[in-house]
Design a binder for this molecule. Structure first.
Ligand code: ADP
Ligand code: MG
Length: 238
């Protein structure tokens, strides 16, 4: 299960209100994309869902349980960032295994889980190499592998492809879509790339200055943007 409800979620930094009462329901297995201009609060929203930032007000509910006071590791969530912080001195295997070592799982279980993840991400021939030997796309896959290996219910991606060149981004889009199909996990994906949003999303959430401007299926937003702001991001340019 990986159902997520946000209920009137707010966040202020000092007197500056960054998230202004966001309501959203994400169904188990859904792929939801957040788009919106720089500074509109996309990362802040993800960080609150992950538990890396406190909410100022409102509820975050995962599988019918309010998780506002739960620490990140107990929320069943994995977050993948754009600057994937791999350990350069460790092999790909050890980078992926790291969260399982922290949990103290037995060696045999770790081998099985890392092996399965490496297969999904086509890293099985790379497990003994260090990250420095890999391409940008392969490094990003190692970072995703480290997130997957803990079998989270919900994945949060914060512009994970924005450091990659256009060709690699296109490949990774296909891979992530496949990954979503294979894992059937809930995914929330932040991007400012309209093609990513249109091709990957079940639904797109357009954020504007801490509010949701519109939520809908890609084609719905494209053909029927509710206002010029949404049209500027997703809509039919005609
Ligand atoms: P986005 O990811 O959409 O670009 P962010 O969520 O990173 O936007 O930031 C939203 C707003 O909150 C920005 O104006 C940013 O400067 C501000 N902000 C983010 N984190 C902090 C913080 N720790 N302290 C103060 N202001 C912050
Ligand atoms: Mg951001």
């Amino acid at each position: 299960m990986g159902q997520l409800f946000l209920k009137k979620v707010r966040k202020s930094f000092g007197h500056f209100e960054v998230i202004k009462g966001v309501d959203l329901e994400v169904q188990d297995g859904e792929f939801v994309v957040f788009v919106g201009p720089s500074g509109c609060g996309k990362s802040t929203l993800l960080r609150m869902i992950a538990g890396l930032d406190d909410t100022t007000d409102g509820d975050i509910v995962i599988d019918a349980e309010r998780v506002n006071d739960k620490p990140p590791v107990e929320r069943g969530i994995a977050m993948v960032f754009q600057s994937y912080a791999l350990y350069p001195h460790m092999s790909v295997f050890e980078n992926i295994a790291f969260p399982l070592r922290v949990e103290g799982l037995p060696e045999e279980t770790i081998r099985e889980k890392v092996g399965a993840v490496a297969k999904i991400l086509q890293l099985d021939q790379r497990l003994q190499q260090r990250p420095g030997m890999l391409s940008g796309g392969q490094r990003q896959r190692v970072a995703i592998g480290r997130a997957i290996v803990r079998e989270p219910k919900i994945f949060l991606f914060d512009e994970p492809l924005s450091n990659l060149d256009a060709a690699l981004r296109a490949d990774m889009r296909i891979e992530l879509t496949k990954l979503h199909r294979d894992l059937q996990a809930t995914m929330i994906y932040v991007t400012h790339d309209q093609i990513e949003a249109m091709t990957m999303a079940d639904r797109i959430v357009v954020l504007n200055a801490g509010n949701i401007a519109q939520v809908g299926a890609p084609l719905e937003l494209y053909h029927k943007p509710q206002n010029t702001f949404v049209a500027g991001f997703i809509g039919n340019p005609k």
